[in-house]
Design a protein around this ligand. Structure first.
Ligand SMILES: NC(=O)c1ccc[n+]([C@@H]2O[C@H](COP(=O)([O-])OP(=O)(O)OC[C@H]3O[C@@H](n4cnc5c(N)ncnc54)[C@H](OP(=O)(O)O)[C@@H]3O)[C@@H](O)[C@H]2O)c1
Length: 322
């Protein structure tokens, strides 16, 4: 089978398409012929070793010193079960599935394995492979932060950056959970974010730090503010979600702010339950990833270059099987 390898850190040019033996499913594992995967902000961050301040040393220790320890990137995919390992009962050959490999990665390939008990589920009714492949990265991050923030029905939320993979998921999932959501984006993305169900603020026209309104939650998906600058936007007991934060935010989040305000930061947990929940929400029409562009598998480096711009809208999908 073919897989894209990043054997060194660097720009999209470090990516190489290589031929490797097909994996065999171990007991309890499912082998999937991948139909679609995504290139997301996490993939390009790892490829470029583009780690935030305070995370550079720890990041290299965790990811690999000179190049990614797992050289096949890609955190999410959809496809068809090709074979199952001994003892697998939930899936059979030919089942359409989607999965979140998360930090295990390996989805930028023609085949991938997944533990049957992991974050893998049958394709939700009414969803195509491209959309199903894009459910998990932004979706699990949004669900994690909504849980940490303990969002209550009727609360108000300001999403800073409503048009990225995380923002698209956050706007829809918070709205579905009964929040009144306002989101920021640039002029060209206003119709997209409005269609997700948010009131929209064009950040190129209005400085969000000076807004007169107060919110129960400020979900910062892009690092547009920091906790200090977000405080005037928060009601008493408000929560600032530093979704793109790094070590500094994680340390600061240990100390509560004034007036019951607090910051929530850190990596989102990878829970199989969340991946299944996203499928149910998608089937019920409450969550749909927005697909910016679809690239052919052979053009995966071009997809990386597009994501590198920081301007992608929602998710960038790679059509692997076509
Ligand atoms: N904590 C975690 O576990 C976790 C998990 C996943 C992602 N993340 C982090 O979350 C961040 C977002 O990830 P993502 O995948 O959603 O990124 P993304 O899809 O690459 O975000 C791109 C979007 O960000 C918008 N944007 C950029 N600057 C903005 C600003 N100042 N205000 C409003 N919108 C802005 C752009 O819209 P415009 O062109 O309109 O500006 C674009 O549509 C990344 O830093 C990522 O590392 C963290």
């Amino acid at each position: 089978m073919k897989a894209w390898f990043a054997r060194h850190y660097g720009g999209p040019e470090v990516l190489r398409l290589e031929e490797i033996p097909m994996p065999a499913p171990k007991p309890g594992e499912v082998l999937v012929r991948i139909h679609a995967t995504t290139v997301n902000s996490g993939d390009v961050r790892i490829r470029g070793c583009n780690l935030p301040p305070g995370m550079k040393l720890l990041g290299r220790l965790a990811l690999g010193w000179n190049g990614p320890r797992q050289p096949v990137l890609g955190t999410e995919f959809s496809g068809v079960v090709e074979a199952v390992g001994q003892g697998v009962t939930r899936f059979g050959k030919g089942d359409a599935v989607y999965a979140f490999a998360g930090m295990r990665q390996g989805a930028h390939a023609q085949f991938a394995t997944s533990p049957e008990s992991g974050a893998i589920a049958h394709l939700p009714e009414g969803l195509d492979f491209h959309t199903a492949a894009a459910l998990s990265f932004g979706g699990t991050t949004a669900l994690h932060y909504l849980r940490k923030a303990a969002l209550q029905r009727g609360e108000t939320m300001l999403v800073l950056g409503g048009s990225g993979a995380v923002g698209v998921a956050m706007v829809q999932l918070a709205t579905h959970r009964g929040a009144t959501v306002t989101a920021t984006t640039s002029t060209g993305n206003v119709p997209l974010v409005a269609a997700l169900g948010a009131a929209v603020i064009d950040y190129t026209q209005i400085d969000v730090a000076t807004l007169p309104d107060r919110y129960d939650i400020v979900a910062d998906t892009v690092g547009a503010l920091d906790f200090a600058r977000a405080q005037p936007l928060l009601k008493s007991n408000g929560r600032y979600l530093a979704i793109s934060g790094a070590m500094k935010e994680m340390l600061q989040s240990l100390r509560p702010g004034p007036d019951g305000k607090r910051m929530i930061a850190g990596p989102a947990s990878e829970r199989a339950d969340d991946v299944m929940e996203l499928g149910r929400l998608a089937a019920a029409g409450h969550f749909r990833p927005y697909i910016d562009r679809v690239f052919a598998f052979v053009d995966l480096p071009a997809a990386h270059a597009h994501v590198d711009t920081g301007r992608k809208r929602g998710s960038v999908v790679i059509a692997v099987a076509e």
